[in-house]
Design a protein around this ligand. Structure first.
Ligand code: UGA
Length: 434
């Protein structure tokens, strides 16, 4: 099939590359000419495991092309994916100007039937708005389909190639058939392509992310309670997760959810509920709990150092909002750093991929170490913020040598409690005994 992907951000690039991998002819278009040039030269603009291999393979097979000219990208395309940003506007609702702007530009160019697919996370009713824009600007009949993405950063290629499910919202029969054919190679193991109307599909995306965020906030509250009653959240997690109705995934307590999706999507769903005169009470609590949880390590530090963080120096392992990404958007690390600096402490950080992004944001407000052990030099305590694999099994002897205070605050529960006691550490983690 001939495909165009408008927008080569994270979602667009993974979508375009993975669609080329099954033999489709894909042209990705972006207004950023410098980025397009970079991709034409074979450089992947984001860090995503597994993407580079597919990217190069499909470029060399000439199945994956890049352009900054929309007309060139869509001329032959049967399906046009819109993978454009929908940033939160000032009031928390999603800003649709990129999506609707692209729809207008496309409408002015089309000469035959196209399937326009919204891949971005968009509020309920957006497909109708895109349809209206198309109608206003062309008399050519086109279908507008909602096809939300459920990719997780860090495992996006796998998620696209072997999805748990694909959700397609359309009432157009021709579009339904084309979308079914397009996704057939990705659901060979029998995972479903679930067809529904556009509004249900749009809401499915928000409901999925909000439900997952709810699971996390719930477990974070259980963890906080565990600390007060002397229970162990890891045990509780295993205890409840083995009930199939609950499921054992996404139950890890920590320092709050971050990233470019959960915070934005939970907020947008709460906002759109409000606009529809519905008070979505659980979501408001989910957000409130997360705000508090992002600061839980700082609260623990304040308690330990009796409210005097001024003059203290901390080593921080991890900056990215989760492992296997360089993404620091809404990363708990940034909130923690802010609070520590405001309290008069200093910080040296290390992250395998997130350092450049943080340097660009914070400059010399903090220090940057070349590796995880260098970060420990002179630190009063070590803070573990992102659960990168390299932090899971450190050289404990070296750690003992380099961190004479033997104080660790772990926001990701990486280590065995007994082991830490045996090694003589003061080890404060989330929802577990000290
Ligand atoms: C999330 C969803 O998982 C994807 O399905 C969705 O497609 C994507 O948002 C999106 O809307 O584009 P992502 O933001 O990449 O994916 O990251 P997740 O792996 O879901 O993690 C989100 C946050 O939750 C992270 O801060 C992570 O540390 C936290 N988390 C996750 C927990 O605190 N506990 C857990 O058990 C799992």
């Amino acid at each position: 099939m001939k495909i165009a992907v408008v927008g080569t951000g994270y979602v667009g690039l993974v979508t375009g590359t993975c669609l080329a991998e099954t033999g489709n002819q894909v042209t990705c278009v972006d207004i950023n000419e410098q980025k397009v040039k970079m991709m034409q030269e074979g450089k992947v603009p984001i860090y995503e495991p597994g993407l580079e291999l597919l990217f190069h393979r499909n470029i060399s097979q000439k199945r994956l092309l890049f352009t900054s000219v929309l007309a060139d990208a869509i001329a032959d395309a049967e399906i046009i994916f819109l993978a454009l940003p929908t940033p939160p506007g000032g009031d928390g609702s999603a800003d649709l100007s990129y999506v609707l702007g692209a729809a207008k530009d496309i409408a002015k160019l089309v000469t035959d039937y196209k399937v326009i697919v919204t891949k971005s996370t968009v509020p309920v009713g957006t497909a109708d708005k895109v349809k209206a824009v198309m109608k206003e600007n062309t008399s050519i009949e086109c279908a507008v389909v909602s096809n939300p993405e459920f990719l997780r950063e860090g495992v996006a290629v796998d998620d696209f190639m072997k999805p748990d499910r694909v959700v397609v919202g359309t009432t157009d029969e021709r579009a339904r058939k084309l979308m079914g054919e397009l996704y057939a190679p990705y659901v060979r193991q029998g995972n479903p392509v679930i067809f529904m109307d556009e509004r249900s599909s749009e809401l499915t995306k928000y409901a999925a992310n909000s439900f997952l965020a709810t699971k996390i906030s719930f477990m974070n509250e259980i963890a906080n309670l565990c600390e007060l009653v002397g229970a162990d959240v890891d045990m509780v997690r295993r205890g409840i997760g083995s009930d199939n109705r609950i499921g054992n995934r996404f139950l890890f307590s920590g320092i709050g959810y971050g990233g470019s999706c959960f915070p934005k999507d939970v907020q947008a769903l709460a906002k759109s509920s409000e606009e529809n005169q519905y008070d979505f009470q659980i979501l408001n609590s989910v957000m409130k709990v997360n705000e508090i949880q992002k600061k839980v390590l700082v609260q623990k530090l304040k308690k330990y150092y009796k409210d005097t963080l001024a003059g203290k120096h901390f080593a921080m392992w991890g900056l990215a909002f989760k492992p296997e990404t360089d993404d620091i958007r809404e990363a708990p690390a940034l909130y923690i750093i802010d609070e520590l600096l405001a309290a008069g402490a200093t910080v040296t950080v290390y992250d395998p991929e997130g350092m450049n992004n943080v340097k660009a944001l914070l400059g010399d407000k903090i220090k940057y170490a070349a590796d995880q052990y260098e970060a420990l030099s002179g630190a009063d305590a070590l803070l573990i913020v992102t659960e990168w694999s390299v932090f899971r099994t450190p050289d404990f002897e070296r750690l003992v040598d380099l961190l004479p205070s033997k104080v660790i605050f772990d926001g990701r529960n990486l280590y065995d409690l007994q082991k830490m006691v045996d090694l003589g550490f003061y080890y404060n983690s989330i929802g577990r005994k000290i």
